[in-house]
Design a protein around this ligand. Structure first.
Ligand code: BEZ
Length: 238
């Protein structure tokens, strides 16, 4: 929770909350978030400032993965507290001039929100005064097709995000929903998944003795089963 200058309290969104709604100007026109993206997953992310190196490396990386996120039925939406003309000039510079790690001619086609008022950044708890009062931290909100926030990541100004991890989290969330399972540490498609505990030791014991579903129980509270990579890929259109 955070108190702003008017002494009103901003409650930061949390996992499980409905994504706060807003209207904003972006590089792709005005958007109504999240309603414009009904039925899709959304990744709403912030960066501190246009024309800065870490942010540039992040946008180029996200841009290079745009097709992957499209396949995963996911809309990317970026935000910083810069204005629209700065956004447009920065994205044009990236496309026309930056050649980094084999990425060049990178066109960013997802919307980038202008948030000079910081209204959206504050609504999503992206302004974290201990880190900066004048720019957003590197936040990532994973929002499901029912508009529920499912995962939140925050990174500081000086550390670029791991986009492979962002994609892994999205795939894991989608697979967990589709197959009704939970994912163990470092899960990737093809790894075993966790069978949710049944809530009773009797049932769990029965499970420990059962070979159905190729389940393996390490103890009554920790059972895994196979989930083929191909089944995940088919279900998620990978
Ligand atoms: C950057 O993206 O390089 C950056 C932005 C704000 C503070 C520090 C680094």
């Amino acid at each position: 929770m955070e108190t702003n200058n008017n002494n009103t309290v901003n409650v930061m969104p949390r996992i499980g909350d409905t994504a706060p709604a807003f209207t904003a100007k972006t590089t792709q026109g005005e958007i109504n978030f999240p309603t414009d993206y009904k039925g899709k997953w959304k990744i709403l992310f912030s960066h501190p400032a246009d024309f800065t190196p870490v942010c540039t490396s992040e946008f180029m990386t996200f841009g290079s993965m745009a097709e992957d996120f499209e396949k995963l039925n996911t809309q990317l939406v970026g935000l910083s507290v810069d204005g629209l003309y700065s956004h447009i000039a920065w994205l044009r510079t990236i496309k026309e001039k930056i050649d980094w790690k084999g990425m060049k001619d990178m066109e960013i086609k997802f919307p980038l929100i202008e948030d000079i008022t910081m209204n959206v950044a504050k609504l999503y708890g992206m302004i974290q005064p201990g880190e900066s009062t004048t720019s957003a931290v590197r936040a990532v909100f994973f929002i499901d097709p029912q508009d529920k926030i499912r995962t939140i990541m925050y990174y500081p100004l000086a550390l670029g995000r791991n986009f492979d991890e962002i994609k892994r989290v999205l795939i894991a969330l989608q697979a967990a929903d589709h197959f009704g399972v939970a994912m163990p540490a470092d899960w990737r498609p093809g790894d075993e998944v966790i069978v949710p505990t049944a809530g009773s030791c009797g049932v769990a014991k029965e499970r420990m003795q059962s070979s159905e579903d190729e389940m393996h129980c390490y103890d009554w509270f920790f059972c895994t089963k196979k989930l083929n990579k191909e089944d995940v890929e088919k279900a998620l259109n990978l």
